[in-house]
Design a protein around this ligand. Structure first.
Ligand SMILES: [Mn+2]
Length: 355
């Protein structure tokens, strides 16, 4: 593939040889007819940028067709704007027609973590991820899991620089935004590798597009959910917990908690929202090395799945009884579990507002 010019070509002093991860990744895909990219349910900018970047590497270096799939909904307005404006062509997983020569590559997630609507079984060739959450990697021929990186897009940016492929502006924009969103909040969960990737991508990115994505307009349901969240929020020691029933979109739990964790009276915020047959959990910490993923797993043990990073975590509980009584019980149960795992004093519990 010819380079398209110095401005779009990133070159790092990476040793050329068989030990380069990107070479080994591409070598595993050499014999397939088509590469199908998978990510976690409700794909976020990190998983979308990662699929787009790896597909670019596969198309330019191997000349093979690629399909980027979408598991579940993309409802967060910024993420919708990303998909529409870049644009990113996605095939709903439910519409995917598998072919015998397909190779499956999973990004930003691992098989068997409960973060997918389909169990992909043993069909996966490669997994590229940065989550600590242990997955079932048995039979996966190529794995590149780097929990020390802030974003999967950082790993993908490294692959592209190793391969010295051109990075078109829309791709640079998507990768940049993917990394930026993973590093949002304070303290930052970033490594020098993430900042190095951001520095490389920024000159190549379309800054107008970036601004449009960052400032995507919000629907009325966002404000309705926020109002419910504020109404239901309680603070116990320095832990804020809120309950939203119903959530209008599954990603609203994360959107709301990103805002609530900025409350100066708490170091932690947790949001539980009822969406269809599930309770979606999102947790944030304002402290470094907070072990959020680990602690949330402890909270939902026996109830559902959870995972994440040091300061950010998400989880999901499948519910069978949607009655108001069952929901009230689960709400109390969850607060009790948070209190136990985080060693909070129940007698300090008070409403955030509207007392
Ligand atoms: Mn990620």
């Amino acid at each position: 593939m010819a380079r398209t010019g110095a401005r779009t070509t990133l070159e790092l002093p990476t040793p050329v040889g068989k030990s380069r991860k990107s070479d080994r990744f591409l070598a595993e895909l050499r014999s397939c007819d088509r590469v199908v990219f998978l990510s976690h349910v409700q794909p976020d900018p990190d998983s979308l940028g990662s699929m787009l970047g790896l597909a670019h590497a596969v198309r330019t270096r191997l000349g093979k067709p690629c399909v980027l799939t979408q598991d579940g909904l993309i409802s967060r307005c910024e993420n919708r704007a990303l998909v529409d404006l870049i644009p990113i062509d996605l095939e709903p997983l439910t519409a995917l027609e598998k072919r015998p020569g397909d190779a499956f590559v999973m990004v930003d997630s691992q098989p068997g973590t409960g973060r997918h609507t389909t169990d992909h079984g043993r069909a996966i060739t490669a997994v590229i991820d940065h989550h600590v959450t242990p997955g079932n990697l048995a039979g996966v021929r190529y794995t590149d899991i780097r929990p020390d990186f802030g974003a999967t897009c950082t790993i993908v940016t490294r692959y592209l620089t190793e391969q010295a492929t051109s990075i078109p502006a829309p791709l640079a924009t998507a990768l940049y935004y993917g990394i930026e969103t993973e590093l949002s909040g304070y303290p930052r969960e970033a490594t020098p590798a993430d900042d190095e990737a951001l520095n490389l991508l920024f000159p190549l990115a379309n800054k107008d597009l970036l601004a449009q994505i960052r400032n995507a307009q919000l629907p009325q349901s966002y404000f309705e959910c926020m109002a419910l969240a504020l109404q239901n929020a309680v603070v116990c020691d320095r832990f804020l917990f809120t309950w939203i029933d119903p959530l209008r979109q599954p990603e609203q739990a994360a959107e709301i908690v990103d805002s609530l964790v900025r409350f100066d009276g708490a170091d932690w915020a947790a949001c539980a929202g009822v969406y269809e047959g599930k309770v979606i959990l999102s947790v944030r910490s304002a402290k470094a090395n907070a072990r959020a993923g680990e602690l949330l797993r402890e909270v939902v043990e026996g109830l559902g799945n959870a995972g994440g990073h040091e300061r950010r975590a998400g989880g999901c509980i499948t519910i069978s009884d949607r009655s108001p009584e069952a929901m009230a019980k689960l709400r109390v149960e969850l607060l009790g579990r948070f209190q136990k795992v985080f060693q909070l004093r129940d007698e300090t519990t008070r409403p955030l507002a509207f007392s």
